[in-house]
Design a protein around this ligand. Structure first.
Ligand SMILES: Nc1ncnc2c1ncn2[C@@H]1O[C@H](COP(=O)(O)OP(=O)(O)OP(=O)(O)O)[C@@H](O)[C@H]1O
Ligand SMILES: [Mg+2]
Length: 362
């Protein structure tokens, strides 16, 4: 290969790497930065080239220390815990490694900095912690639910008998109707809870996500006829059918969209969109990497405060008088069963976005 071709070849290799690569010359100037690093650091190649590394990474003290030390001593240093890049406006947790750039004869001519975006790994870790909490809580709750179901049946039966004893149209009958309605409500909560705790087998088949989402939106539109709520949908037509349990996915998105509708109140907008996460891959338990699809359900309701955010997926957490607080706990279970992830972002006063990520091939 001619020298030029060889250079192009190596440049392409480095540009194609998913991790950020930055090369710093002996005297501290940036001599190479690949697209992944441009994105993480929040600068363009044009801006970065020739810049001294202390200005490129101003404020990122840990990173500066690592580069300085490797440049000075030739040591390789890694940190996968403590570094958070802040340049792009939103903090990105990264793993960083600095190593010396060596010539064939061993002479040191600079420092290579590798940056790996840990955002999704952090999300995953959080999901795992949460699943642990949920499973112990779930076992406890399921035991309790069983215990509640029997006496509830007794109350219902007795109330029905009593109602038959009373004359039609009497006030006491109305009271009993309230009793029966409330018993029905407790029963529904108990059943949802049992379902939440029970392991189950998924009925997997190719499902058309957009059809599910479209159907739910049509139904919701009808049920909010009297309110000024607009629905917006923005689907990526390239998303193929995914292998999933249709009934469960319907329940998942219905819960999310209903929450959005309930959040906006009398006027507002609920937006549902889908896209393929091109570079996104995830491994769990050593399974093969696969591409993911992201479905976002956003609303412009009141949003959720920071302290509330961490309780959202906990069973029975609710701020609604008629809510069970099981909706999102069920959503999280369904997403986990499909080996996906769910996350929520919210800005009080502006609205809330739930993002569900599901593997494209299962
Ligand atoms: N889009 C949203 N905007 C604002 N707050 C939300 C949103 N979605 C959920 N929440 C908050 O999270 C809580 C829990 O939601 P979840 O769906 O689990 O239960 P719920 O909606 O209260 O009850 P249920 O789903 O049984 O009707 C809600 O009570 C609400 O405070
Ligand atoms: Mg709900």
């Amino acid at each position: 290969m001619a020298v030029n071709h060889l250079q192009d070849y190596y440049a392409n290799v480095i540009d194609s790497v998913g991790d950020g690569v930055v090369v710093i010359a002996e005297e501290g100037g940036i001599t190479l930065i690949n697209p992944a690093a441009e994105e993480l650091v929040g600068v363009s190649r044009r801006q970065a080239m020739g810049l001294h590394f202390t200005s490129l990474f101003r404020g990122e003290d840990l990173l500066l220390e690592m580069i300085e030390k490797t440049t000075r001593t030739g040591m390789t240093i890694s940190d996968h815990e403590n570094i958070v890049l802040k340049k792009t406006g939103h903090p990105i947790p990264v793993g960083a490694t600095t190593s010396p750039l060596l010539m064939a004869n061993g002479e040191r001519i600079g420092t290579i900095l590798l940056l790996r975006d840990l955002t999704n790994i952090r999300d995953l870790e959080e999901a795992v912690r949460h699943a642990d909490r949920l499973s112990s809580l779930g076992a406890l709750a399921a035991g309790l639910a069983h215990e509640i179901k029997n006496p509830l049946g007794g109350i219902k039966g007795a109330a029905q008998l009593l109602a038959m004893e009373l004359p039609e149209g009497s006030e006491q009958r109305d009271y009993l109707r309230v009793v029966l309605k409330e018993v029905q409500r407790v029963n529904r909560i108990v059943e949802e809870l049992l379902e939440l705790a029970a392991p189950r087998k998924l009925e997997l088949a190719p499902v058309n996500l957009h059809k599910i989402l479209g159907d739910i939106i049509v139904l919701q539109k009808r049920s909010v006829d009297d309110r000024e709520i607009t629905f917006q949908q923005q689907f990526d037509p390239s998303i193929p059918p995914i292998l999933a349990d249709e009934a469960l996915l319907t329940q998942l998105f219905l819960n999310l969209i209903k929450n959005g509708v309930e959040a906006v109140g009398d006027t507002g907008q609920v937006r549902v969109s889908s896209r393929v996460l091109a570079d996104y891959s995830m491994t769990q338990k050593g399974e093969r990497r696969s591409r993911m699809v992201a479905i976002e359900v956003s609303d412009d309701g009141p949003g959720i405060g920071k302290e509330q955010l961490e309780h959202l997926f906990t069973p029975f957490y609710t701020t609604k008088s008629k809510g069970t607080g099981l909706g999102l706990a069920i959503c999280q279970k369904i997403v986990a069963e499909h080996r996906g992830m769910i996350k929520v972002e919210s800005e009080p006063g502006r609205g809330t976005t739930f993002t569900v990520m599901l593997p494209l091939i299962q």
